[in-house]
Design a protein around this ligand. Structure first.
Ligand SMILES: Nc1ncnc2c1ncn2[C@@H]1O[C@H](COP(=O)(O)OP(=O)(O)OP(=O)(O)O)[C@@H](O)[C@H]1O
Ligand SMILES: [Mg+2]
Length: 329
């Protein structure tokens, strides 16, 4: 049986850009799927297709058991969406925005009021509740938009980069809200640029690039694929980059990346803190002076580099789109 969110062979082109190039997804009920990818990968396009806002050229999608292409209106009644760009009404206050959503969903005036007050509190907007949204900062709008998506608790939720632009405290709070939602049985698809966020929230992760799924699995599986941990060393002066490189070569499980201007060397390793201690001793024995050294888990960038052979670049799709796909299919 397909999951609460199911897609098969989704294709969507804009001119000669293949924004979605055959995407399959299957999200079991009550779980969170993190959709990761760089700018222009197709994340928002996928969300728009699954939430009935955009017709795919081909493929099939079923959300909450309902066919997205055949019964879009019915799907809309079963989902919540928080978009990448806030959909709040600028000329209404925060409170009015939330009450309006409640009423659109046929809540009684009283219930809508109560729910709005709860959410304003929850998203740290109580003090600004009676100001028009046009006076809100970027982060406040973002939070209002998220609150609006949570006025009713639909069985399936979509959040497109929910925490982009939020400060750490508000991000943390949103994570808590999301965890509660999911504990209550909601199925969630969220897109993000942050592996850390997917790590924290998602049961499964799907990495997309140029409209294609290039990897899927749990966060641990993806990280294991990128070669476990990294040792990062900042040497005191440039002249010490080469001696440090020779030391790291003996411990590394992959290529050593060197950033000349910051004097930083990074290498994948396995062996954890014990190995780090050995590296420090060895660098010291070779007379390499260290400004900073540490062990870190792979980032989304590391996952990307290892999956696609290039960094998760900012910018447009398609510049180096075709050649790096080889070997992935
Ligand atoms: N309405 C449109 N018209 C033309 N091209 C579009 C349209 N919507 C998306 N695209 C193109 O489709 C590709 C995928 O875009 P999409 O917005 O899905 O990426 P994304 O993964 O959400 O990126 P970001 O991280 O920047 O939000 C991009 O190359 C984009 O320029
Ligand atoms: Mg997007």
């Amino acid at each position: 049986m397909p999951g609460a969110i199911y897609a098969e062979g989704l294709v969507k082109t804009f001119g000669d850009v293949r924004a979605l190039d055959g995407v399959d997804l299957d999200v079991p009920e009550g779980t969170v799927l993190g959709l990761l990818g760089p700018n222009g990968a197709g994340k928002t396009t996928a969300v728009r297709v699954l939430t009935t806002l955009l017709q795919p050229d081909s493929g099939r999608a079923v959300v909450a058991g309902i066919d997205v292409l055949k019964n879009p209106n019915e799907v809309r009644r079963s989902i919540g969406l928080s978009g990448q760009f806030a959909a709040v009404d600028e000329y209404l206050t925060g409170r009015e925005n939330l009450q309006m959503v409640g009423q659109l969903y046929q809540m009684s005036g009283r219930d809508a009021k109560k729910r709005a007050a709860q959410l304003l509190e929850r998203f740290n907007l109580a003090d600004a509740a009676d100001r028009t949204a046009k006076t809100y900062s970027g982060g406040m709008r973002r939070r209002l938009d998220l609150a609006a998506a949570l006025v009713v608790s639909p069985p399936v939720m979509f959040m497109d980069e929910p925490t982009t632009g939020l400060d750490p405290r508000n991000r943390q709070q949103l994570w808590e809200v999301i965890e509660e939602l999911v504990a209550g049985g909601t199925t969630l698809l969220l897109t993000t640029q942050y592996l850390e966020e997917a790590d924290h929230l998602a049961h499964d992760i799907c990495v997309i690039d140029h409209g294609r799924v290039i990897a899927r699995g749990t966060s641990d599986q993806l990280k294991a694929r990128t070669g476990g941990e990294r040792v990062e060393v900042v040497v005191h002066e440039r002249a010490q980059i080469e001696p440090a490189r020779s030391v790291l070569a003996a411990y590394g499980k992959g290529e050593i990346a060197v950033a000349e201007h910051t004097r930083k060397l990074t290498v994948p390793v396995t062996g954890g803190a014990k190995l780090l201690a050995e590296v420090i001793r060895d660098l010291d024995a070779q007379g390499v002076e260290i400004d900073d050294i540490g062990l870190r888990r792979p980032t989304l960038d590391d996952v990307f580099i290892s999956l696609t052979g290039h960094a998760a670049e900012l910018g447009t799709n398609g510049e180096n789109g075709s050649e790096q796909k080889e070997g992935e299919r």
